[in-house]
Design a protein around this ligand. Structure first.
Ligand code: NDP
Length: 446
């Protein structure tokens, strides 16, 4: 079996060796799926995994815009349309200077599996730009978004491809992108999710990824007769996912010890309670400030410059910033310090060594494609509400989100249960694969 996996990876690598993040995601999925596929007559010999790894379409384009000083700037825009077997392409847009094709292909590939797990009819895609919205004026961000959409609009649509937010793309950016799409198409449709509530957005969409991650951690703990209540939690990031993961932890009675950004982390041994979290939300969302501002208001807390929170003793860790932010050494330290549960709020925040360490030590470990699927699930609910031209209440959406997270947990159990451990990664990969593969087989070689 190892040889089959090795040969398969070698072949993929020969075409994508310059895309390390994409190869990392492909390797992780292949190691779970190939042994499964080989044992299943209906999938074996159909080259089905190879077909899933190759994007259906990749669009790359120039984005020109004019900054506040009148200078012409040039960025690169992308959309990776990975797989549409079970529904239109769906996945976020990321604006960050590190964005490149490798990162977007890894995110799009993961998205196909994640969207399959949600039980909703959504294919997978991802896009974005190397544009950095940090330190840009609202006018500059608007002009960039308008220019970006002036090309992207011809590739997307409510029945074709429905982008959403991701790192660097929040409510402000979605607003500008939606405005430009509407102007170009003269259509008010649900072409983007994460919209404002007064113009087609869904309640709970901003909260959904963070809340969903915590619901999933709670489902894992409940399954072993435990719960999040009273536990200590470290969280990385202080953006959309991290903020609402922290909020839900607080609501469920846990103590949040850390939050971070790319400059370092804050450690508050008394816990980041609701009022403190509101302060962080204000710094990050309204003032566009840094996490280090926290200690100006709460001087008893510490700011650790250029460090990640994994050195802090905790029972639960929720990495919610970015890919590969938690490595093997961090994982060993977390295990040594008594961490029993890790749920990924971000996409692929734990590298392969970290995942191996968690599995070896039987730590409950949820891969992002399962634990952070709440965001895209509520995006799917936003699409449903747009089609119905109707809005569900906060309670209705939250209830549906909880139900979806429970269903995802059950799917992971079905294919991930071993004698003395639940391999949530394997469970998620196999369950997600079956739905997409069955649809691809039914639709022929296209
Ligand atoms: P935001 O832009 O709102 O926040 C990102 C946070 O991560 C910020 O605190 C940012 O710090 C930090 N960060 C970004 N890059 C780095 C880096 N290289 N090193 C350290 N910290 C970094 O993004 P989101 O919260 O929306 O997304 C976070 C993660 O969750 C991503 O992996 C995303 O793909 C994933 N995700 C998001 C979903 C959503 O609905 N938003 C859905 C599913 C997954 P700084 O401000 O310093 O840049």
């Amino acid at each position: 079996m190892n040889k089959i996996i090795h040969d398969f990876i070698k072949e993929i690598d020969s075409r994508n060796s310059h895309e390390p993040e994409f190869m990392q995601a492909v390797r992780e999925v292949s190691e779970d799926l190939i042994p499964y596929i080989v044992g299943q007559k209906i999938y074996h010999g159909k080259n089905i995994l190879m077909r899933m790894i190759e994007p259906e379409r990749v669009v790359m384009f120039r984005v020109n815009w004019i900054d506040d000083s009148g200078e012409i700037r040039v960025n690169r825009g992308y959309r990776v349309e990975m797989n549409s077997a079970i529904g239109p392409y769906k996945g976020g847009l990321r604006f960050h200077p590190t964005v490149n094709l490798s990162i977007l292909k890894f995110l799009a590939f993961e998205q196909v599996f994640k969207n399959s797990l949600t039980t909703l009819p959504m294919g997978g895609g991802k896009g974005g730009s190397d544009f950095d919205p940090k330190n840009k004026s609202d006018g500059e961000v608007m002009r960039f978004c308008q220019s970006f959409m002036t090309e992207l609009y011809r590739h997307i649509g409510p029945n074709t491809d429905i982008p959403a937010g991701d790192i660097g793309v929040g409510g402000r950016e979605i607003g500008y992108l939606f405005g430009q799409y509407k102007r170009l198409k003269n259509e008010f449709t649900g072409v983007l999710t994460g919209k404002g509530v007064s113009w087609g957005g869904s309640l709970i969409r901003p909260e959904a990824t963070g809340y969903g991650t915590v619901y999933f951690a709670e489902d894992m703990l409940n399954h072993i007769g435990d719960s999040i209540k009273g536990k200590t939690v470290t969280i990385s990031g202080s953006g959309n996912v991290a903020q609402y993961a922290a909020e839900k932890c607080i609501h469920l009675g846990a103590k949040v010890l850390t939050m971070s950004d790319s400059s370092g982390y804050v450690f508050d041994k008394d816990g980041i309670h609701e009022e403190k979290l509101n302060y962080i939300m204000d710094i990050k969302n309204n003032k566009r400030g840094r996490i280090s501002d926290y200690i100006k208001k709460y001087p008893k807390a510490e700011f650790k410059k250029n460090k990640t929170p994994w050195e802090v003793k905790c029972e639960i860790a929720l990495p919610s910033a970015t890919q590969n932010e938690l490595n093997g050494d961090d994982a060993k330290l977390l295990v040594k310090n008594g961490c029993i549960c890790v749920a990924e709020g971000a996409n692929m925040p734990c590298n392969s060594d970290a995942i191996k360490t968690f599995k070896f030590n039987k730590v409950l470990f949820a891969p992002g494609k399962a634990s952070n699927a709440g965001g895209v699930a509520v995006s799917g609910l936003e699409m449903a509400q747009n089609s119905l031209r109707y809005s569900w209440s906060r309670e209705e959406v939250d209830e549906k989100l909880k139900e979806i997270m429970i269903k995802i947990h059950k799917k992971c159990l079905k294919h991930g249960k071993t004698k003395d451990y639940i391999d949530y990664g394997k469970g998620a990969n196999i369950s997600a694969f079956i739905k997409v593969a069955d649809a691809m087989l039914a639709q022929g070689v296209v």
